[in-house]
Ligand binder design. Structure first.
Ligand code: SF4
Length: 182
């Protein structure tokens, strides 16, 4: 098994170019205030990548924003494209958005595996989860090189692993995937 350093799985919005506020679609029915197409900036997003209504998101009907977590994919993508950002260099926006979109799904699965690892004590099960973490990190690096990742198959494989471990009661609650697809 390879031993790749695993990514930070907590969002650091201060180190991000507000990618979730642009790349993800909004649906008013799901707590995002209004409907918004994918890859379109939220109308409340400021030029410095801060949120113009951050202090009153709930009152404004944006509870979805308060629940969303990119699990570190935002700052990872922003760091990868440190020389450019989607706002100042719109010619790079498509590739930046594509990488973020892939990383946020892979990081979402990484976060589930980390949760599972925190609940499973048996060594053989832990080995399988650790191996899957390494596979997902290898795919993150593939995405960073802008090589295609078969996300449906990847998600199915992670879900199957968690289902196979379903006899572990602590795992049962984790068999959902929180990442939103653009
Ligand atoms: S993409 Fe992640 S790090 Fe960036 S603003 Fe959204 S939640 Fe924060």
């Amino acid at each position: 098994m390879s031993d790749l350093p695993l990514p930070e799985l907590r969002a650091d919005c201060g180190a991000c170019s507000a990618l979730c506020c642009v790349v993800l679609p909004f649906d008013a029915d799901q707590g995002f205030g209004f409907d918004k197409e994918a890859n379109t900036p939220c109308s409340h997003l400021c030029a410095d990548f801060s949120c113009g209504i951050h202090a009153r998101l709930v009152e404004e009907g944006f509870t979805g924003c308060t629940r969303y977590d990119c699990h570190g994919a935002g700052q990872r993508t922003t760091r990868l494209f440190a020389e450019v950002n989607w706002q100042a260099a719109p010619e790079h926006a498509e590739e930046i958005f594509r990488v973020f979109s892939t990383l946020q799904q892979l990081h979402g699965q990484q976060a589930l595996l980390a949760l599972a690892l925190g609940r499973v004590a048996a060594a053989p099960l832990r080995e399988r989860l650790l191996e899957r973490q390494q596979q997902l990190e290898a795919l993150c690096r593939q995405a960073e090189r802008q090589e295609p990742v078969a996300l449906d198959a990847v998600q199915t494989a992670t879900r199957r692993l968690l289902q196979q471990l379903a006899s572990e009661p602590a795992i049962i609650a984790l068999r959902t995937f929180p990442a939103r697809e653009p």
